[in-house]
Design a protein around this ligand. Structure first.
Ligand SMILES: C[S@@+](CC[C@H](N)C(=O)[O-])C[C@H]1O[C@@H](n2cnc3c(N)ncnc32)[C@H](O)[C@@H]1O
Length: 311
C-alpha cells in the first residue's frame, strides 16, 4: 500500500479492504461513493473483473460493504453501484444494515452499435443509503433541475386556490440522464468504466457539505476525488492499479511528475500532430477496422452487460 497525501486529498494505491480496515477510522466519513468492479469481465489494466463464482464475488462485496457502513459517521450517506444482475443481491444484503432511501437508475443513450438479439443495457443502478433516515445531509436546493411543466409548458395548477403556475424547478427523481464518458469528451481518461463528472456532482452536492470527507474505495480515474475537490470537500481515494492511481495524482493532486516519470494525460488520436497528415485512405481503413471490432463485440460479447461500443 502506498499513501500520497496532498492538502486535504488523500490517495491510497492499494487494496480497498486492506486500506478500509487499517487506515480509515470507524465513524469518520461523511459520504462514500462505491463503484466496484461489476463482475462482468472488464479488463482493468490486466486485472480481470470476473470472480470464479457469483458467491465469491458477493462474499467479497459484502466484506467491503460492511466496512464502508462502519466507516460512515452516524449522519453519513452511502451510494453504491454494480451491474444490473448483482444489484438485487446488494439491495437485499444492505437492507438489514442501512436505510436505502432511493433506488436510482442512471440512464444513458448509446449512439454506437447496440445488441441485436436481446435488449441492450442502457442503464446502471445506484443505491442511495443513509445510516440514519432522521439525520442525514440532503441539499435539495443545490441539485434542482428544470421542471418542464412550469419552465417550458407554462402550465397552471388549477387545483390550487387561487390557481398558480407550476414550479420551474424540481428535485430530480430517481431516473438520471447523464451521457457516459466518451473518448472525445474533455474529461475522458484511459479507463474502461470512468464515471461522468456530472453524476458525481449531483451526488456530492446533495449528500455532503463543504469540508466534509468524501471517500471512494474503487477510484479508477478518481472522478469522485476530483469533483469533491472542485466542490470544496476533502477526499480519500483508493485504487489498486498503479497506472490508474497516477491518473488520480495528476487529476486531483495536480502532480506533473512521480519518481521522475511525467504524469501527462495520454494525447488523443486526433490531438497527435501527424494525425492531420493521415491520408484519407488510412482513415477509411481505420473506420472499417473499428466497425469490424465493434460488430464482433456485439455478436459475441453477450456476457458483458455494459460494454461500450463507440469511442
Ligand atoms: C468501476 S471502476 C471505478 C471507476 C471510477 N468510478 C471512475 O470514475 O473512474 C473500478 C475500479 O476498481 C479498481 N479495483 C479493482 N479491485 C480493487 C481492489 N481490490 N481495491 C481497490 N481498487 C480496486 C479497478 O482497478 C477499477 O479502476
Amino acid at each position: 500500500m502506498v499513501e500520497h497525501s496532498h492538502n486535504e486529498h488523500l490517495i491510497y494505491q492499494g487494496d480497498a479492504i486492506d486500506v478500509l480496515e487499517n487506515e480509515i477510522k470507524d465513524g469518520s466519513i461523511d459520504l462514500i461513493f462505491a463503484d466496484p468492479p461489476y463482475n462482468i469481465g472488464k479488463n482493468f489494466n490486466g486485472l480481470k473483473d470476473k470472480w470464479a463464482t457469483d458467491e465469491d464475488y458477493l462474499k467479497w462485496c459484502y466484506k467491503w460493504m460492511d466496512l464502508c457502513v462502519n466507516k460512515l459517521k452516524p449522519s453519513g450517506s452511502f451510494y453504491i453501484m454494480t451491474s444490473t444482475q448483482y444489484m438485487p443481491f446488494f439491495d437485499i444484503y444492505l437492507r438489514s444494515k442501512i436505510e436505502i432511501l432511493s433506488r436510482i437508475v442512471w440512464s444513458y443513450d448509446s449512439s454506437g452499435v447496440q445488441a441485436r438479439s436481446f435488449y441492450g443495457s442502457m442503464y446502471e443502478p445506484i443505491l442511495f443509503c443513509v445510516k440514519d433516515k432522521k439525520n442525514y445531509t440532503f441539499n435539495s436546493d443545490d441539485i434542482k433541475v428544470e421542471a418542464k411543466t412550469g419552465a417550458k409548458r407554462k402550465l397552471i395548477d388549477y387545483r390550487k386556490d387561487p390557481p398558480q403556475p407550476y414550479n420551474n424547478e424540481k428535485v430530480p427523481g430517481n431516473v438520471w440522464n447523464f451521457p457516459r464518458v466518451r473518448y472525445r469528451m474533455a474529461e475522458y481518461e484511459n479507463h474502461p468504466t470512468q464515471k461522468p463528472i456530472a453524476l458525481l456532482e449531483r451526488i456530492i452536492k446533495a449528500s455532503s457539505n463543504p469540508n466534509d470527507i468524501v471517500l471512494d474505495p474503487f477510484s479508477g480515474t478518481f472522478t469522485t476525488s476530483y469533483v469533491a475537490k472542485k466542490l470544496g470537500r476533502k477526499s480519500i481515494g483508493i485504487e489498486i492499479d498503479e497506472e490508474f492511481t497516477k491518473i488520480g495524482l495528476r487529476r486531483v493532486q495536480e502532480l506533473s511528475e512521480l519518481n521522475g516519470e511525467k504524469l501527462n494525460r495520454e494525447p488523443k488520436i486526433y490531438e497527435v500532430k501527424n494525425f492531420q497528415q493521415q491520408t484519407l485512405f488510412e482513415s477509411y481503413l481505420n473506420d472499417i477496422l473499428s466497425e469490424i471490432i465493434i460488430q464482433s463485440k456485439v455478436e459475441f460479447n453477450f456476457d458483458d452487460d455494459n460494454f461500450e461500443t463507440d469511442v
